[in-house]
Write a protein that binds this ligand. Structure first.
Ligand SMILES: Cc1cc2nc3c(=O)[nH]c(=O)nc-3n(C[C@H](O)[C@H](O)[C@H](O)COP(=O)(O)O)c2cc1C
Length: 202
């Protein structure tokens, strides 16, 4: 058994679709307990029950839309609100990964994922990347490909600015997010069952 907490923000519903796809992927792996947490709801609530869910998780998945070349402000508020836990290194050695969605195909999504990875490093966590080759990058490729946006650090999705969350992000990006959920779940099971070798006495 391993626990996955997916903490996310979504201003207009598109990144929520991506978060739900990550959840679906995690739940496809037997022995996983996975849950979604709304970052905005707990950022200003130090006593919120979801903080305990994060503390108990084997892996934390970070997800936010890219706004102005970084994570959206409500999600950044959550990152900042974790600083007490950072001081105690309470999340040290948990696994971490992340996802982001934006209107541009590029849209500076990488900057958001890099911020998530650095955040995880500050917490002493262990980052798990997407683990997929790039899709849609040869003349035989197509926008239907898994990882069509060719991310490596985490799952990327693109949502046309005038499309509702029922249509955007498209199926390929949802499948990529689902893959990320399965990958972090499998990694968490392996991580939890791993033995830490004893250090020889100095
Ligand atoms: C304040 C703001 C800033 C944005 N900045 C970017 C950006 O830097 N790059 C980009 O590609 N899209 C940008 N967008 C578009 C959103 O990333 C896009 O609409 C996304 O699908 C919104 O996700 P959500 O519905 O989960 O909030 C921005 C949108 C808003 C509202």
């Amino acid at each position: 058994m391993a626990k996955i907490a997916i903490v996310y923000h979504s201003g207009y519903g598109h990144t929520k679709v991506q978060a739900e796809a990550v959840l679906e992927g995690a739940r496809q792996v037997p022995g996983i307990e996975a849950s979604l947490i709304e970052a905005a709801a707990i950022a200003a609530e130090p006593g919120a029950a979801s903080w305990a869910t994060l503390d108990a998780a084997d892996a934390i998945v970070l997800g936010a839309p890219t706004y102005m070349a970084g994570p959206s402000a409500p999600f950044k508020a959550f990152l900042d609100a974790s600083s007490g836990r950072w001081a105690e290194q309470r999340w040290k050695d948990k696994l971490a990964t992340g996802f982001t969605n934006s209107a541009g195909y590029n849209g500076d999504k990488l900057a958001t994922l890099q911020q998530f990875a650095l955040f995880a490093m500050q917490h002493g966590m262990v980052w798990v990347g997407l683990g997929l080759l790039p899709g849609n990058h040869t003349s035989q490729g197509s926008p239907e490909d898994l990882n069509r946006l060719a991310g490596f650090l985490g799952a990327m999705a693109q949502s046309n600015a005038d499309a509702p969350p029922e249509l955007a992000p498209p199926a390929s990006d949802r499948a990529t997010a689902c893959h990320l959920g399965r990958r972090i779940a499998e990694a968490a099971l392996r991580w939890r069952s791993g033995q830490v070798p004893q250090r020889a006495a100095a």
